[in-house]
Write a protein that binds this ligand. Structure first.
Ligand code: ATP
Length: 288
């Protein structure tokens, strides 16, 4: 098994984001081998997903957070490749709609929690409410009671997120939180590629460059959020994201190990029902 431990933050001690590398700790020569391992992981994940779905006892929520161009969409596409679409839901959380903004910040995520046996991918999540909202102090313009809009609003939200994640864990969900840790240089390279390559133009938005100006504030906001919300039951994984092939492999490994821990099994039919099966089989065999 890959030692995921070094990427995992479980709240036992405070971390500094700058201590985490954005590049793989394996040689590029191993790329083919890693890509092959990733394909093997996909197969194992698909097998376990089938059992998870048939057993319908637990569900998994994968929270994907990252700076722009870190590869969230590609990760969803590659890691989930081969899964039964019936058992997977993907949600992208954008700037809240007027209906969403008129509710508590957890509302839109809470109502998209998957039913038992399913896997949900949250492409961005309620963490935006302690990231972009913190960086730009968006809460200042919220239409909410004054008593809710104190300077401690973000601290309170960390606590509310911890409580929410405890609540869902105790209700048979596993929450896997992934931060795709991209370097500023690599982001620049990917933005330039999105500008230069016609087929990638659609992925670029001028606001991406604007947000880049707040790079350090975002890094601090991520570090604070990770430190405030990492727990043993709902840890964060800080995944080096400068090389897509490695990031995707590691995310697949996190999902695989989580499914292995859940250890889902196909439901077994009670003996009394199995007897009925024999009768049904006989009936079918004796059909004219
Ligand atoms: P890509 O990374 O591929 O460019 P994306 O996830 O950035 O895709 P966009 O539609 O470009 O998708 O961006 C979504 C935007 O919505 C982000 O800028 C994000 O910060 C913002 N957003 C998400 N949730 C909230 C929130 N609760 N409050 C304010 N802004 C939010």
């Amino acid at each position: 098994m890959t030692p995921l431990k070094k990427y995992c933050v479980d709240g036992s001690k405070k971390i500094k984001l700058s201590d985490f590398s954005t590049t793989p700790d394996v040689s590029k020569k191993l790329k083919d081998e890693i890509v092959q391992k990733m394909e093997e992981n996909q197969k194992q994940i698909a097998l376990l997903q089938d059992k998870l779905y048939s057993e319908s006892k637990e569900s998994v929520v994968v929270v994907l957070q990252a700076m722009d161009a870190a590869g969230k969409d590609g990760t969803v596409k590659h890691v989930m490749n081969g899964l039964n679409p019936q058992g997977v839901d993907v949600y992208s959380f954008k700037v809240p709609s007027s209906e969403e903004a008129a509710h508590d910040f957890l509302w839109r995520c809470s109502k998209n929690l998957p039913s038992r046996g399913k896997i949900a991918i949250f492409n961005r999540s309620y963490y935006e409410d302690v990231l972009v909202v913190k960086v730009h102090k968006l809460y200042k313009s919220y239409k909410m009671a004054d008593r809710c809009l104190g300077d401690d609003i973000i601290e309170k939200r960390y606590k509310q997120i911890r409580n929410f994640e405890d609540y869902v864990y105790d209700n048979s969900y596993r929450v896997i939180k992934i931060f795709l840790n991209l370097s500023k240089d690599e982001q620049k390279k990917r933005f330039l590629e999105r500008i230069d390559l016609k087929i990638k133009n659609w992925k670029f938005s001028a606001s991406d460059v604007k947000e880049r100006e707040y790079w350090d504030d975002y890094q601090q906001a991520y570090e604070d959020a990770i430190n405030a919300t990492s727990t043993n039951d709902s840890p964060w994984y800080i995944i080096p994201a400068d090389k897509k092939w490695y990031a995707r492999y590691l995310v697949s490994q996190v999902l695989l190990e989580t499914l292995q821990t859940i250890n889902p099994k196909y439901p077994e039919m009670p003996e009394s029902e199995r007897k009925l099966l024999t009768q049904d089989k006989e009936k079918l065999m004796n059909e004219e």
